[in-house]
Ligand binder design. Structure first.
Ligand code: CS2
Length: 500
């Protein structure tokens, strides 16, 4: 037993002991027993709990008692097991150089594990009270090809859901279509589908995936969905590192109670949403959400400035031996590289009206450098095959269209290539997490550590690069950058690049 747990005993955060919390800890400012569910959220990870659920907590505090959240984990029971014994209450710890603020969130009312009981989730989504189904299932959770935005009909979960288990699915598109079909059969209006993942044009993309899936089940259902279901696009932004045991200890010390799964985040939070909710919505604007007619400029700004430079720092920083983004940013050459990725991407963007590019970029650099946030480069490096197109490749294509150089983005892509070889600069294994990791490792084995062979081999993976992979200018730039990584190592290659 750790000394802290001994001191704190086994008292666990829960409904019964909310008033034992120290005064500095904020708690739900409403009567939770009066709150009823209005939202089903798919993908009950830390990101949702540190972002949308906090906004909903504010809405509940403003008296909108009909918008509580039922959270669904698609696969793992871990979150339910951590949160059910504490009445689904959990702590949000907001960290900055100035210190940590703690707040207990009450918006999550219950949770389900889809894999254990898919029928119960479909039924919950089909309940007349469910008016919004929101999602944070990560890029790969949509079972699509990021390069084209189309449903991947050969994805094992899609095959499972379509061919044999339409009523007890596994995939996010499978659940949405099963529940919409049931609502239609019962004469109920549909819910609004609210994608909160970092996909390009996320609402449109999910609409396309869902209607493609539905078309494979029934033409009529597909038409009903196309005519009746709203898929507003959203831009969500808050940095949420994985919770560690050290974080749990720190939160337990601040609360005087144990919380099995608190979430750690930064002070910054932003949510921009297209205002299309035919089935109703809480007063999101009163909770600080920006409701707009078109999210696209916000989305592109975030993907190409924040997420692109995040990925560049993650791959190259990891290779250089930095554990976190803040560590990477302390190396001024890497900080300059992040600024350069943003600068090069900026010329491909139409900024949202009213947005101040210089201030936005400065705030990103400051957020990345937040010393109190231990955001691991390894965490962000995950699932690159699903992230590269919307973060880096779109901007490269646009720059090539304007005959502008792409060396900075090429270095980031080369960093990804070097990373997915699964062996670091000291010959140690890298734990590469990516649905295509096996394919990348096989290509890397075949090519060997030779930029001229490895770069074209990986650029030939059509599901990631599409036709852009065949562009000779891209091939040349990426091969040169990968060559510098093999020759000099990531630290030196970044320094040389930013000093040129
Ligand atoms: C990160 C994002 O893990 C990643 O790929 O780039 O999760 C990033 O932290 C969020 O999009 C910030 O809003």
């Amino acid at each position: 037993m750790r000394p802290d747990s001994a001191r704190l005993g086994s008292a666990r955060l829960g409904r019964a002991n909310l008033d034992r919390l120290p005064p500095a800890v904020r708690r739900p400012a409403y009567d939770r027993s009066r709150v009823t569910p209005g939202i089903v959220h798919l993908g009950l990870g830390a990101f949702h709990r540190a972002h949308q659920a906090v906004v909903i907590d504010d809405c509940l505090a403003a008296g909108e008692a009909g918008w509580g959240i039922i959270g669904a984990s698609l696969r793992s029971p871990d979150t339910r097991e951590a949160l059910a014994p504490q009445d689904h209450l959990y702590t949000l710890a907001v960290r900055s150089a100035e210190g940590t603020e703690h707040r207990v969130i009450g918006a999550l009312l219950d949770s389900v594990v889809a894999r254990e009981n898919p029928a119960a989730l479909v039924e919950r989504m089909s309940d007349p009270a469910t008016r919004i189904v929101s999602l944070t299932v990560t890029e790969k959770g949509y079972c699509h090809t990021p390069q084209t935005g189309d449903l991947d009909e050969r994805h094992p979960d899609i095959v499972h859901d379509l061919n044999t288990h339409p009523e007890t699915p596994r995939s996010a598109p499978g659940f949405i279509v099963a529940a919409l079909a049931r609502r239609r059969a019962r004469g109920l209006p549909p819910f609004t589908v609210l994608c909160c993942d970092n996909l390009a044009a996320n609402g449109h993309t999910v609409q396309r995936i869902v209607t493609q899936f539905a078309a494979l089940r029934s033409k009529d259902l597909c038409k009903w969905i196309a005519d009746n279901v709203a898929f507003p696009s959203t831009m969500v932004d808050r940095i949420v590192p994985e919770t560690t045991d050290a974080d749990r200890e720190a939160v337990a010390n601040a609360l005087g109670l144990r919380d099995a799964w608190p979430v750690m985040t930064e002070p910054f939070t932003q949510w921009v949403v297209e205002d299309r909710f035919p089935a109703g919505r809480p007063d999101l604007a009163a909770a600080g959400v920006e409701l707009v007619a078109d999210v696209k400029p916000f989305e592109l700004m975030k993907l190409r400035l924040l997420n692109a430079s995040h990925s560049a720092l993650a791959y190259l920083g990891y290779l250089a031996g930095y554990e976190t983004i803040a560590d990477t940013m302390r190396d001024l050459h890497f900080a300059r590289l992040a600024a350069q990725v943003m600068e090069d991407a900026a010329v491909t963007l139409t900024m949202p009206s009213g947005a101040d590019l210089a201030a936005y970029r400065a705030s990103l650099l400051k957020r990345f450098a937040n010393p109190a946030l231990r955001h691991r480069t390894w965490q962000i490096a995950m699932d690159g095959s699903q992230k590269l197109p919307q973060r880096l490749l779109g901007a490269m294509q646009d720059r090539l269209g304007k005959n502008l150089p792409i060396a900075t983005h090429a270095l980031a892509v080369a960093g990804w290539m070097r990373y997915v070889t699964a062996t670091d600069e000291h010959g140690r294994a890298i734990d590469v997490r990516d649905p295509l990791a096996g394919e990348f490792a096989a290509l890397a084995r075949e090519a060997g550590p030779v930029a001229e062979r490895l770069a074209p081999a990986l650029l030939g993976v059509g599901r990631v690069f599409g036709p852009l992979g065949a562009d000779p200018r891209l091939r040349e730039a990426v091969t040169a950058a990968l060559g510098s990584l093999y020759r000099d190592g990531a630290r030196q290659a970044v320094q040389t690049h930013v000093s040129a």
